[in-house]
Design a protein around this ligand. Sequence first.
Ligand code: AMP
Length: 362
Amino acid sequence: MKTIPPGATIGILGGGQLGRMTVLAAARLGYKCHIFCPDKNEPAIAVAAAHTEGTFTDRAALEKFAKQVDVVTLEWENIPIEALEILAPHMAVYPSVNVLRISQDRAQEKEFAKSIGVGTADFVIVNSAAELDKAMKNFPLPAVLKSTRMGYDGKGQIRIMPDTNAEAAWKAMGSNAGILESFIDFACEISVIVACRADGATMAYPAVENIHRNHILAETHAPAGIDPAIAGEAEHIARKMAEKLNVVGLLTVEMFVLRQPDKNGHRVLMNEIAPRPHNSGHWTIDACACSQFEQLVRAVCGLPLASVLPHSRAVMHNLIGDDVRRWPQLLEDPQACLHLYGKADIRPGRKMGHVTYLKGTW
Ligand code: AMP
């Protein structure tokens, strides 16, 4: 395993807040970061050493970027595969093309999970309104129709009831490939973030509980208020997914906790994976000696992974859209650890910052 020492430059594909917080963590360890993204107003650029502007399929721009960085990672999983294929001959790129391909496609993620014995909601692949109509006749409803690609924050998701018109639902989903997935009456939603180095060393943060509002993450509670055996099952699933995928960097695994074990005895089902830092890990900045962002830097640079043991319990609240206007009051509160992403335009549904409250010893 090659070590990329402090002083080197980490290339990051994508310029959002996840990139911004990675840059800040990298700086603490003496690294420089170079952001590659199409828009020069992205929040990571303001704190990075360099920026290359280009689309993710611009070969000339990517090759120029490749000459200026020592390793490449990403902060958004919908980067075209082509970008990684252009960069990979020049230096190590984490995550790999294979990991990215699987995590860009809900059907592939779920097939992969099933192939290694990890439980998921039952699902069928549907590729047209007619296929959806047919599937609805044999599939227990209610269910959820999800686009296989580019779905995040509930985008491309439609609830399917027995009286739903397949044609209208297909149009509303807005994609030409989808999955029909059984609706899960879950007890809660949790996630586990695993850091993995190229030599196979891994560290998993404890399971946290995620509360969504309007399909967007609103709060993360660390630790999740679940039975330790369930937390253990969740950690086992996350590590298994990361190890079997050969992830280098971070893998976030979002899961549903069931009220009762399913027919296969699973109490935890994998819902979605992301091979990057995750909103549900922001609490680690303030409540752990080493944040998810620093852990990513350590993993991709071949440094020792640090402890994932938190010193404090924590609750993280996202500041979405107009929530960010509360910054003066939040600053008045000495208990509030405030993080603002420096985004100029406030828009409904846009993640503008977050605030973490420490809740006593872990
Ligand atoms: P996803 O994009 O798959 O993470 O879905 C966004 C959110 O929709 C999840 O965090 C859940 O709150 C909800 N959701 C997704 N799939 C299901 C399902 N099969 N059953 C119930 N709720 C779901």
